[in-house]
Design a protein around this ligand. Structure first.
Ligand code: HEC
Ligand code: HEC
Length: 395
């Protein structure tokens, strides 16, 4: 008698977890949106399958102390922001191989903005992931050294801390591994790692900072990317109007944005892949973007060599999406309105279209509300002090 309700709860819970973790794996018949937290006023972090394989830092309370918001409505950056991430976000992964510290974050901030890390002193990480453009770049394809263009759009660094695999195709397994890429990439920063280290070694100001951050005199490429990655783990966005609304502040979203949220979670089926709190499932899908022609980007298949991954790209976060355009892996979309039209059609038919993509039949009002929700509900930029090193080498 006494045990029955407990068992039932467990069963329901198990079912929910099962559903939540398989929700975007691509079953042909997706269940109704797992609107786990839809009715709750609790900002209970819904099952976040993307977080399970990561080592996480100290647990934070459900409602961490509010990060400071300045007069422009931006979060105020702090070098210890990872300790109490803005409302709505899960604990920031703090990997054992590169424990975060204020010293590493501060050093990483300098390196991130320092153009001297590139071969000709003209390009830094911020050139393609700048705070003024949502830690992305307003160009379709960002230019590296000598103005060379790559074939993919710069994704935002906001909340990259939570990603298991980075790049549109997930080819890097950590932020540390990721950061090695652009430094060496001949069309991005174009600097062989040993030359980059020689450059950093020749800048006297860096030496004491490396000693403080790593207790090690010998600067090497691992310390450089570890510091940059630690800094990236403080480029967070949360406590957006959506988070406040979910935490019980009914005035946080306009009526249009509230209607848009309902479309997002219901008829629009957006949450099947862009679920809270991160607004990404951190896995790969084929929407058919740029799937035509023989120049089509194979995406995830380049990494797995598996035909069933052809044309799949990682779901990007939608937090701060109002400022991170242009959009999609190839930067081919410039407005949220046109993206909603793409989804309304059910994506672009191709040999590997994700079964979750279906025509939606949205009304013009529903489309407009959806855009209002994304722009108004998910925007919370961060205010960060750009170090003088950002200007040091070029101009
Ligand atoms: C020339 C422009 C350029 C420069 C310089 C650059 N990036 Fe990127 N970054 C990109 C592009 C383009 C991608 C996506 C490439 C892909 O997916 O194949 C990317 C991807 C990333 C990602 C993955 C984000 C995600 O959602 O998967 C991170 C993190 C990142 N860059 C950080 C950095 C850091 C740190 C530096 C400096 C060491 C840097 N970038 C330098 C253009 C640039
Ligand atoms: C099947 C999973 C899936 C569903 C459902 C889905 N998305 Fe996406 N979304 C993605 C993927 C994957 C991309 C990147 C695709 C690419 O670049 O080829 C993306 C990209 C986007 C972008 C561009 C973001 C950027 O930074 O480039 C926006 C905006 C967006 N989706 C909004 C929505 C909205 C609104 C809905 C609901 C109408 C929705 N998505 C439904 C997976 C999905």
């Amino acid at each position: 008698m006494k045990r029955a309700p407990g068992m039932l709860t467990l069963l329901v819970l198990a079912l929910f977890v099962l559903q939540a973790t398989t929700g975007c794996g691509g079953p042909a018949e997706p269940p109704a949106p797992p609107a786990a937290d839809a009715g709750d006023s609790e900002p209970a972090p819904p099952a976040a399958p993307e977080a399970v394989s990561l080592a996480v830092g100290e647990p934070v309370e459900a409602s961490p102390p509010m990060a400071e918001i300045n007069a422009d409505g931006k979060l105020v950056w702090r070098p210890d922001l990872w300790k109490s991430p803005p409302r709505g976000l899960p604990p920031v992964p703090d990997p054992a191989y590169n424990g975060i510290s204020v010293e590493k974050v501060e050093l990483g901030r300098l390196l991130y903005f320092d153009k001297r890390l590139s071969k000709d002193g003209t390009v830094s990480c911020a050139s393609c992931h700048h705070p003024a453009t949502g830690f992305s770049n307003a160009q379709r394809f960002a230019a590296g050294i000598g103005g060379q263009l790559g074939g993919r759009n710069s994704p935002t660094v906001y909340n990259a801390a939570y990603q298991n695999e980075t790049f549109w195709d997930g080819r890097a397994k950590s932020l540390e591994e990721q950061a090695m890429g652009p430094i060496e990439n001949p069309i991005e920063m174009g600097q062989p790692l040993h030359e980059m280290i020689a450059t950093v070694n020749a800048i006297p100001d860096y030496k004491p900072l490396f000693v403080k951050a790593f207790d090690n005199r010998k600067i090497n490429e691992n310390w450089v990317v570890q510091a940059i990655a630690a800094f990236e783990r403080t480029i967070l966005t949360g406590d957006a109007p959506f988070d406040r609304f979910r935490a019980g502040d009914n005035n946080a979203l306009s009526e249009g944005a509230q209607r848009g949220l309902a479309v997002f979670e219901g008829k629009g089926r957006c949450l099947l892949c862009h679920m809270a709190p991160l607004f990404t499932d951190n896995v790969f899908h084929n929407l058919g973007v740029a799937s035509e022609g023989d120049k089509a980007d194979a995406g995830r298949m380049d990494v797995t060599k598996n035909e069933k991954d052809w044309g799949k790209f990682k779901t990007p976060t939608l937090r701060n999406v109002s400022v991170t355009g242009p959009y999609m892996h190839d930067g081919s979309e410039t407005t949220l309105e046109s993206i909603v039209e793409l989804y309304d059609k059910g994506g672009v038919a191709n040999k590997n279209l994700d079964p979750l993509m279906q025509p939606l039949g949205l009304t013009p009002e529903e489309k407009a509300d959806l855009v209002t929700f994304m722009k108004e509900g998910l925007t919370r930029e961060i205010e960060i002090l750009i170090p003088p090193s950002a200007e040091a080498a070029s101009n």
